[in-house]
Design a protein around this ligand. Structure first.
Ligand SMILES: Cc1ncc(COP(=O)(O)O)c(C=O)c1O
Length: 420
């Protein structure tokens, strides 16, 4: 048993408590009591499993592909691991991957890139969003970020003393930001506009008119555009569209691609930044001072994946099939929804309560209710209206297993008696 003095020394602040930087909370770091959304979901799942141990959770909350990378890619990786020439630091990457990325952009979008100067790899796209603000943001500068959205570029903007100006994505505007609503004094300080189409979590795709407007505005107001294309190969409403296809886009920004979603390579940590040569160079300089590049064997395996369009085609077909089934079930149960333009997320208006009199003030309440009482996991979004995000990345080995899961979802949602 520990003595009172030992306990005090275990709970007392370490001598360095006052040394933590303000950007992560300063001397209060580690003392917050706020519980984050995903932790709340975890807790509700634990409660549901304890209360109903025999009931399977129907987990639509997972935002990660359910399958392993393609067989061919895994076999190539196994071979590359054994090659001595792949052993060292990769620094800013091998040309084989950059060239495969350039071929991918040309084949899929007709975008011509110089592999040596207009493409660089990243260890997954997430670190690219941490690094791009380092290229542009001085204290007081602004990054325009869409909400709901992937927050990493905004977090790092703040780390550098910059500000985030939020652009709400509303259904009445087809989940495109209203760029005319940004005040001029904000535009004067804006250095970066971050976009993400196909959009997570709303599933919206952008029109070419919208991208054209973005290019014109970037030139007029003088900011750079960072377009997050993580879900681009999961486009359902037509041919995938790159921002860089837009006339003039190469003059104003970069697009960031990921191997995670479209190639089932989430854990492999590969992506690339492409577009304006000078922005790619700045990104490469910051990156060179932050990491030493992805394992060369991984880069070569990812290059082979990028060269094989059958991989994203197969993954897209699977998630589109699952999406269609989910939309049919949700519509039957009262949700207003359609197959989204892209992504494996369905973003549907959250119910306001149940026929039995339960009321939900926010999507977060609806999520908790569905997990705890019906074993259905979704992710709530309350940033711009109240929505539930259903992901079709649930584990189901066969189409029959998908159908069985959908039947059970329909039954449980029916029992839930949701109202809007
Ligand atoms: C919209 C969006 N952008 C970027 C990422 C980061 O993906 P990765 O770092 O795996 O390339 C994600 C991952 O969830 C995402 O949803």
């Amino acid at each position: 048993m520990s003595t009172a003095t030992e306990k005090d020394s275990q709970t007392a602040d370490p001598y360095f408590q006052s040394l933590f930087a303000d950007r992560i909370g300063g001397a209060d770091y580690g003392k917050g009591t706020e519980i984050y959304k995903f932790e709340k979901i975890k807790r509700a799942k634990r409660k549901a499993m304890a209360d109903f141990p025999d009931r399977h959770l129907l987990d639509f909350g997972i935002g990660e592909n359910d399958a392993m990378a393609d067989d061919k890619v895994r076999q190539l990786m196994a071979a590359e691991v054994d090659k001595v020439e792949n052993r060292g630091y990769a620094d800013n990457g091998v040309i084989e991957y950059k060239e495969a990325a350039a071929r991918f952009m040309d084949r899929n979008f007709g975008v011509k890139l110089d592999a040596a100067t207009q493409v660089n790899h990243c260890i997954g796209s997430k670190p690219a969003y941490a690094m791009l603000p380092a290229c542009f943001i001085n204290p007081g500068d602004v990054t325009l970020m869409t909400v709901p959205g992937y927050p990493v570029a905004g977090t790092h903007t703040r780390y550098y003393g910059g500000e985030v100006f939020k652009l709400p994505l509303l259904s009445e505007n087809n989940f495109l930001p209203d760029l005319d609503a940004v005040p001029d004094d904000i535009y004067r300080r804006t250095k970066i506009l971050v976009l993400n189409y196909p959009n997570s979590p709303t599933g919206a795709t952008a029109t070419s008119e919208f991208f054209e407007k973005v290019v014109a505005l970037a030139k007029e107001k003088e900011f750079v555009v960072v377009q997050d294309a993580a879900h681009i190969m999961l486009t359902f409403d037509g041919k995938p569209t790159s921002f860089l296809e837009t006339p003039g886009a190469m003059d104003v920004g970069v697009e960031v691609h990921s191997m995670s979603k479209g190639y089932d390579m989430i854990g492999w940590r590969m992506g690339f930044v492409c577009g304006h040569e000078r922005i790619v160079a700045a990104f490469s300089d910051v990156k060179d001072n932050s990491d030493s590049g992805q394992f060369i064997a991984t880069q070569k395996a990812a290059a082979a994946a990028l060269d094989d369009d059958s991989i994203p085609t197969r993954i897209r077909e699977k998630y589109l099939r699952r999406m269609r089934k989910l939309v049919a079930v949700l519509k039957d149960c009262g949700f207003e929804c359609e197959v989204p333009g892209g992504t494996y997320f369905l973003y549907a208006k959250s119910p306001s309560g149940t026929k039995s009199g339960e009321t939900f003030a926010a999507a977060e309440d609806a999520t908790r209710h569905l997990i705890e009482n019906f074993g259905i996991v979704t992710v709530p979004w309350d940033d711009a209206g109240s929505f539930l995000r259903f992901s079709v990345t649930y584990v189901a080995e066969t189409e029959a297993a998908e159908d069985a899961l959908m039947e059970e979802t329909k039954k449980r949602l029916g029992d839930a008696g949701l109202v809007w």
